[in-house]
Design a protein around this ligand. Structure first.
Ligand SMILES: [Mn+2]
Length: 366
């Protein structure tokens, strides 16, 4: 009997012990879950804070880069105030991406691009620009009088290796591509010098997001970290003794020029946040122009970046040299043949004769 009671007691004690253990286990698990939850919350708060810090840094960088006061603004003034049809021709060259390869099978046969096609398209661009200048001047006729030419070099001169897949698909590494594009631009400027009577070729130059040497875009130090700086420096050196060619290179995102008393703003356009949408780039671009105008009013803004030739009263968006690509297809951009913007700035009437130079032969209307 005593033994039975003993074993009963010890059984009960064991159960109580097990209960206590279970209780403790449960408590510990609850505590663990609680602290795990707290850790997750803290983590999300910190990444949120990080994101907000990044946004603030981005905004600060942009405002530093865009408010940078320039000592002098390049000016193109009237040469013949009595001439009613005096104008300056403007050709935009941007988003060239010469070393990037586009195989026809990746874009439903809509485009093909490689180093030699890049060269052909650059030739078409400058031959086309000269043709336009000649056609619009029509010697002895009622044409414009064009003695000044602006070649706006607006960034994305190369594709670079800013995304890992570009390491495989580019035909040249960044250094070689930088040299290649310098030669392409030099060829174009040499052609204009040799084949036209233009008295001045003024080149406002800005930096694109693809030209960067840093993993992420820098704003206040954009020029210092851009391969385009090397291209511009190289070209400025090459034409240092040529009085007909002048370079004006941006240090920040925006560059301003005064033409016939009106301000023109040059920028690449990557500061504009656009994530698609049926409204197109017009809406975010309008917002950007409004805020830029607060620090400095401009009559016309010229930009690249979006690879879509667009002409509005107070802004011009450039096309590209590379044309339609797998990337364009992926973001569902509408097809358009590779083209670069060309227009006149008429001294009395402003932007006139907008006529993009199509550098891709599609064999018909497109
Ligand atoms: Mn581009």
């Amino acid at each position: 009997m005593g033994k039975k009671v003993d074993s009963l007691v010890s059984g009960l004690a064991k159960e109580t012990e097990q209960d206590a253990e279970r209780e403790l286990n449960l408590k510990l698990r609850r505590k663990l879950a609680k602290s795990e939850h707290a850790r997750k919350m803290a983590e999300s708060r910190s990444s949120d804070a990080e994101r907000r810090l990044e946004d603030a840094q981005h905004a600060l960088d942009i405002s530093l880069a865009t408010s940078e006061p320039r000592e002098s603004v390049y000016k193109i003034e009237s040469r013949e105030p009595s001439e009613p049809h005096e104008a300056t021709a403007v050709l935009l060259a941007s988003d060239l991406h010469p070393e990037e390869t586009v195989s026809p099978e990746t874009v439903s046969g809509l485009n093909e691009f490689n180093l030699s096609i890049a060269q052909e398209r650059m030739t078409r661009l400058f031959v086309g620009a000269k043709w336009m200048v000649d056609a619009l001047q029509e010697k002895g006729g009622p044409g414009f009088v064009i003695r000044d030419f602006i070649l706006g070099i607006l960034g994305d001169l190369i594709t670079n290796t800013i995304h890992p897949e570009l390491l495989e698909s580019n035909a040249l590494g960044p250094a070689d591509a930088t040299i290649y594009v310098t030669e392409l631009l030099r060829g174009g400027i040499d052609y204009l010098l040799a084949e036209t009577e233009l008295e001045r070729i003024y080149c406002p130059c800005v930096h694109g997001n693809h030209d960067r040497m840093t993993p992420k875009m820098r704003h206040s130090t954009k020029a210092a970290n851009s391969l385009a700086t090397i291209v511009y420096h190289q070209l400025a050196q090459l034409y240092a003794d040529e009085p007909r060619v002048e370079f004006d290179v941006a240090r920040g995102s925006l560059l301003y020029t005064e033409i016939y008393g009106h301000t023109i703003r040059w920028t690449h356009g990557d500061d504009i946040r656009y994530w698609g949408g049926v409204g197109g780039i017009t809406i975010p671009l309008r917002k950007a122009i409004d805020s830029w105008d607060k620090s400095r009013q401009a009559h016309l803004t010229c930009l690249g970046h979006f690879h879509q030739v667009t002409d509005h009263r107070d802004f011009v968006v450039n096309g590209s040299l590379i044309g339609y690509s797998a990337f364009a297809q992926a973001i569902k951009a509408r097809f358009e043949p590779a083209a670069q913007a060309f227009f006149l700035l008429d001294r009395r009437r402003g932007k006139r004769m907008f006529s993009p130079i199509q550098v891709q032969d599609t064999g018909g209307w497109s």
